[in-house]
Design a protein around this ligand. Structure first.
Ligand code: SF4
Length: 298
């Protein structure tokens, strides 16, 4: 092999998680039969993919834009609270529900805990996650107000510990942060009540998410330069590109092929990777652009 030509590898284990991939497949199949289809919120945090879906006939709307003219409404992988389904029913919209099965299972568990606590008259559901995230809205909506959201360790001081507590995490939460939170709540409960049986921890972080960071480290270490492809809105993209940069300072974040600059002087290998919202086709296009740049460098 000519040593002057760097090897270019696309990280095939990066890109869409199975929940997002499934939602996009459902949308594409449905769009072959009818259009427009109205999607509640952005289906993925990736501008290029949203543009592609728009060109197929998908329209992205806010919840306050739902109206009776919208024949078919699409629910994305993050899921929705029960109120959304009743609003759609009241507007006679037919619903395509692409809630990720992992999120759906979590919604059912949260609902069941909340139901038990209502029946026994004591207990609180605690959800760890990001305020305002659509998955959190969907989860809180299962509890009829019988839950609190915690997003920081410092907020654990305001919990009423004199009751059973069921802890759940958003599927995309950080593992270490959730573990510290669970530890802190268990310690507080023991200290304040003298009991060690009041806290139940549910491990609900999606395995596909928890495997991403170690894989990203290994991939970023393997290459001289990393090109991380992500939409500007993706919090997962910000997190994983940070993980890559920790082990490889030559990590560059791009949104599309046109963002790629000539960062490859002296590089022997270039890795292309992305967030859970990055489509593989976009990484392929970025690879094409990199190839053109490195060939031009020869
Ligand atoms: S990260 Fe996991 S839970 Fe969330 S949509 Fe993807 S597969 Fe589903």
């Amino acid at each position: 092999m000519n040593p002057a030509i760097p090897e270019i590898e696309i990280d095939r284990s990066s890109g869409f998680c199975s929940g997002v991939e499934r939602a996009i497949k459902i949308a594409e199949d449905k769009l072959l039969q009818e259009e427009p289809i109205y999607c509640l919120g952005n289906l993925v945090h990736n501008e290029e993919e949203l543009e592609r879906l728009s060109s197929l006939g998908m329209r992205f709307i806010r919840h306050d834009e739902i109206n009776g003219e919208m024949k078919t409404v699409f629910i994305r992988a993050h899921g929705e609270p029960p109120e959304t389904y009743s609003i759609l029913r009241n507007n006679n919209a037919s619903v395509i529900d692409a809630t990720c099965p992992v999120v759906l299972r979590l919604q059912h568990k949260v609902k069941e805990s909340s139901r038990q606590f209502r029946e026994t008259g004591s207990g609180l559901v605690i959800i760890y996650g990001k305020p305002g995230h659509p998955e959190i809205t969907g989860l809180l909506g299962q509890t009829e107000g019988n839950a609190i959201l915690i997003s920081k360790l410092e907020e654990t001081g305001s919990i009423d510990y004199n009751q059973p507590l069921h802890l759940y995490a958003q599927t995309t939460a950080g593992e270490e942060e959730y573990a510290s939170l669970c530890r802190r709540i268990s310690e507080n409960s023991l200290q304040l009540t003298g009991r060690n049986d009041l806290v139940t921890v549910h491990n609900t972080i999606c395995r596909q998410m928890s495997q991403r960071a170690p894989r990203m480290r290994a991939f970023a270490q393997k290459h001289d330069v990393i090109i991380f492809v992500t939409g500007s809105e993706s919090s997962n993209g910000r997190y994983l590109s940070g993980v890559a940069r920790e082990v490889n300072p030559e990590t560059h974040v791009v949104g599309s092929p046109s963002d790629v600059e000539n960062w490859f002087a002296g590089a022997r290998s270039i890795g292309i990777t992305g967030a859970t919202s990055t489509p593989l086709w976009l990484m392929d296009e970025v690879a094409g652009r990199i190839k053109a740049i490195v060939e031009n460098n020869l």
